[in-house]
Design a protein around this ligand. Structure first.
Ligand SMILES: Cc1cc2nc3c(=O)[nH]c(=O)nc-3n(C[C@H](O)[C@H](O)[C@H](O)COP(=O)(O)OP(=O)(O)OC[C@H]3O[C@@H](n4cnc5c(N)ncnc54)[C@H](O)[C@@H]3O)c2cc1C
Ligand SMILES: NC(=O)c1ccc[n+]([C@@H]2O[C@H](COP(=O)([O-])OP(=O)(O)OC[C@H]3O[C@@H](n4cnc5c(N)ncnc54)[C@H](O)[C@@H]3O)[C@@H](O)[C@H]2O)c1
Length: 444
């Protein structure tokens, strides 16, 4: 049986980063991948998503200019062509990633499962690792309603060749809000079914509600307190029965009800590894309850956002801890996150909702970004809410605007490095005119 210093399960952002770091220490490594090399982000997540977003933002901006009479004919999105281009751009990535990883580790395609605490089995072959790192990510949550076989998921939408006339999304999270924006921009009629009374529950609710208003203005329908109970096929359409009055007749149903950890196939009990439906349990050193087994990225049950930079941060932490003698527990920096809808929603640090009642320790102030915008055609006001702590440092920012993602990225170092007005003034002279120019007035 072949033995390695490290066996790494998965090749997504968490695993890929770790393999590259371990290569610098000349470790013997086996990497196992059961699906597409590179994992979710570059194949069916962030990267194809942002590729499509480039075209969607352009088209929706143009439509706004057209409304203002500044552009005489706004563009129309050619979905089929966009998807053809996307396919051409991304098709070769899994093989390229496999080749890159093969240069620095042994690689095997197949689903890994534990045999005991040091041994895994893949394709009836057995391998031993001094350390085993689980980085198997998440997959779309399965809904158990009659007719679930007719459901599609985010991966299907990101390679959908023909635009449906009507699309129904189930869920009010990142995936539903982003992909609904894309399909609606291309001309599909879109209905979003939201189980509760809110969308994007981890974001500042004032801005989540504002995003719903703006999406509704473009014709996207929201049905709150609404869940599907059954889906049936009716010739080339689907009938979605609801817990409310309905039903909805639609051409395409997307299950965007969240993601679940890839753990069932790992046979974690063979190695007595603790887990729950939320993922693999790890301590603040990313170690499982078994000494030589660690878990990083989306597959863990840790209460941190499941995002690519977070997965990579965990990989870097684990490397520093296992190979560089770092002994402190993981301490997460200021984390930025954004929803690539239209307008965008983004935030970093403390969410204003969590300190609304704590006026003794925090001050919340909202800034309108409209006065500051010199761009033609931008009639919709952007809003920025800043949370200050008692010492007047910025500890949280939330924004809804056309440029919220990039704007909030300005604030991530301000929060993470605790920069105040004096320091900014002494060390920073940004490009004018742009949001960074206004930051001095927002800092204290
Ligand atoms: C539609 C969508 C859009 C997103 N957009 C963003 C974004 O804009 N920004 C952002 O930061 N994040 C985004 N994310 C989240 C981001 O993709 C994930 O946080 C990131 O990919 C997690 O990396 P990971 O390495 O933990 O897991 P993954 O990337 O999921 O990789 C895990 C890998 O493990 C493999 N695997 C599973 N089981 C086994 C097994 N038994 N044996 C071997 N291999 C196995 C899987 O096939 C997979 O390739 C998005 C996600 C989705 C779905
Ligand atoms: N821009 C980004 O960074 C980005 C984009 C997409 C995805 N992601 C990552 O992927 C994760 C998954 O995204 P997501 O949108 O699938 O999940 P999510 O957790 O953000 O949203 C899931 C939605 O489905 C609803 N829901 C849950 N169970 C349901 C049920 N049984 N029936 C009906 N509705 C139900 C929830 O109430 C919620 O509105 C995100 O949390 C994020 O970490 C990030």
């Amino acid at each position: 049986m072949k033995k390695y210093d490290y066996i790494i399960l998965g090749t997504g952002p968490a695993a890929y980063k770790l393999v590259k770091l371990l290569d610098t220490q000349h470790k013997s490594i086996l990497t196992v991948e059961s699906g597409l090399f590179g994992g979710t982000c570059p194949n069916v997540g962030c990267e194809p998503k942002i590729y499509l977003d480039g075209a969607v933002q352009a088209v929706l901006s143009n439509q706004q200019f057209e409304k203002e009479g500044i552009i005489s004919q706004g563009g129309k999105l050619n979905w089929a062509q966009l998807m053809k281009d996307k396919k051409a751009r991304f098709a070769s990535w899994p093989n390229e990633t496999r080749k890159n990883i093969s240069k620095i580790s042994d690689v095997i395609s197949g689903s890994a499962h534990f045999v005991d605490r040091q041994t895994i089995e893949v394709n009836r072959q057995y391998f031993q690792g001094n350390r085993i790192i689980i980085a198997t990510g998440r997959r779309p949550h399965e809904l158990s309603i009659p007719g679930a076989k007719f459901l599609h998921d985010s991966s299907d939408v990101l390679s959908l060749g023909t635009l449906p006339e009507h699309t129904t999304f189930i869920g009010g999270g990142y995936v539903a809000m982003e992909l609904a924006t894309f399909l609606a921009a291309a001309g599909s009629q879109v209905t979003i079914l939201v189980r509760g009374d809110r969308v994007l529950r981890h974001f500042y609710q004032k801005y989540s509600r504002e995003l719903v208003v703006r999406m509704k203005q473009r014709g996207i329908q929201f049905e709150f307190e609404t869940e599907p109970t059954r889906i049936t096929q009716l010739s080339d359409k689907y009938v979605v029965e609801l817990n409310q009055e309905g039903p909805i007749v639609t051409d395409y149903v997307v299950n965007a009800s969240g993601r679940m950890p890839n753990i069932e196939k790992l046979d974690l009990s063979a190695a007595q590894i603790d887990y729950s439906t939320r993922g693999i349990d790890v301590d603040r050193h990313l170690q499982t309850n078994v000494k030589n087994i660690y878990a990083i990225g989306d597959v863990t049950s840790q209460d941190v956002p499941n995002l690519t930079p977070v997965a990579e941060f965990q990989a870097q932490y684990l490397f520093n801890s296992l190979e560089k003698g770092l002994t402190q527990p993981i301490n997460y920096p200021a984390i930025g996150t954004g929803v690539f809808a239209f307008p965008q929603l983004a935030q970093a640090g403390i969410n204003p909702d969590s300190v609304l009642e704590d006026g003794d320790n925090f001050e919340i102030r909202e800034y309108e970004l409209r006065q500051s915008s010199l761009y033609a055609g931008q009639k919709e006001k952007g809003l920025l809410t800043v949370v200050y702590d008692k010492a007047n440092y910025i500890v949280g920012v939330s924004e809804i605007s056309m440029s919220a993602v990039n704007d909030i990225n300005y604030f991530v170092p301000i929060i993470g490095l605790r920069i105040n007005k004096n320091e900014w003034h002494r060390n920073v002279l940004p490009i004018y005119p742009a949001l960074a120019d206004k930051i001095e007035g927002i800092l204290r």
